[in-house]
Design a protein around this ligand. Structure first.
Ligand SMILES: NC(=O)c1ccc[n+]([C@@H]2O[C@H](COP(=O)([O-])OP(=O)(O)OC[C@H]3O[C@@H](n4cnc5c(N)ncnc54)[C@H](OP(=O)(O)O)[C@@H]3O)[C@@H](O)[C@H]2O)c1
Length: 238
């Protein structure tokens, strides 16, 4: 279903990004993934077809790291789909107490680095490449104590809207909704992870949007939970 697609997934060393790498490759795509932890990236692609799964360990917060990703992306270009799944939570704290250093760091990774990586990737993207931003419910409606995480995702939403108006290919925002990952456990420590969807549960919308000629309009915003249990192949054809 994705055999004609070359996909870059950021944040592939854990959680949602890791699951997307595995599902994209298992559906036939060639996938390059990046995150800081090399050993965790290698775990992600363990058992996958080595001709289809590639890693680029790098810190997306640094120019050097983004250049490493672009250099590796050049080897598999043109890239048909980019999924910006890397992100950091930062502290849960009221704005009155939010630490200045974290303010800058969280915005830098969640928003600025997405933009700067996109700029580096532009020459390597297929003419109608799909760009998918991984947003958050608190980026669509702010919530107390989510601080710069919420604000950075709201800025990401707006960045995606601006890009959708400029870029010839489709641009989407996907809100995973609370999903059982390390980040969610850090954000909501009292929650039983067994009571919320897994990364595999929320993957169908990403598969649908990664296909060639997705039916959704550029600029559309999705809630991944709306697609839980759907067959991405069937969804794509409705
Ligand atoms: N889980 C949820 O409930 C939920 C809900 C809404 C939105 N989201 C969003 O979904 C995306 C994935 O989150 P997740 O829940 O899967 O969290 P996760 O398991 O913590 O994954 C975050 C990923 O981002 C990477 N990353 C963080 N900082 C990076 C940096 N400076 N450079 C490169 N990679 C970096 C991490 O890899 P390294 O540590 O190896 O660098 C990791 O692969 C995030 O954008 C998050 O905001 C999650």
């Amino acid at each position: 279903m994705l055999s004609d697609r070359t996909i870059l997934v950021t944040g592939g060393s854990s959680g949602i990004g890791r699951e997307l790498v595995r599902q994209f490759v298992s559906h036939g795509a060639r996938v390059l993934t990046t995150a800081r932890r090399e050993s965790a990236l290698l775990e992600t692609i363990d058992g996958l077809d080595s001709q289809h799964a590639f890693v680029a360990p790098a810190d997306l917060g640094s120019r050097t790291g983004r250049e490493i990703v672009a250099t590796e992306a050049m080897r598999i270009a043109p890239i048909d789909v980019v999924v910006h799944a890397a992100g950091v939570l930062g502290p849960k704290a009221p704005l009155a107490e939010y630490p200045e250093t974290a303010w800058h760091e969280v915005f830098h990774v969640n928003t600025t680095s997405v933009h700067l990586l996109h700029q580096l990737l532009v020459p390597l993207l297929a003419p109608n490449a799909t760009v998918i931003g991984v947003s958050s419910g608190v980026g669509r409606t702010g919530r107390g104590e989510w601080g710069m995480y919420a604000i950075s995702k709201a800025a990401l939403e707006n960045w995606l809207e601006v890009l959708a108006d400029e870029w010839p290919g489709p641009v989407y925002s996907v809100n995973p909704g609370g999903t059982a990952t390390a980040m969610r456990a850090e954000a909501v420590p009292d929650e039983d992870p067994a009571t919320i969807p897994t990364p595999a549960d929320i993957a169908p919308i990403f598969l649908r949007l990664a296909r060639a000629n997705p039916t959704a309009l550029s600029g559309e915003k999705f809630d991944a939970r709306d697609f839980i249990g759907t067959d991405p192949m069937a969804v794509a054809e409705t």
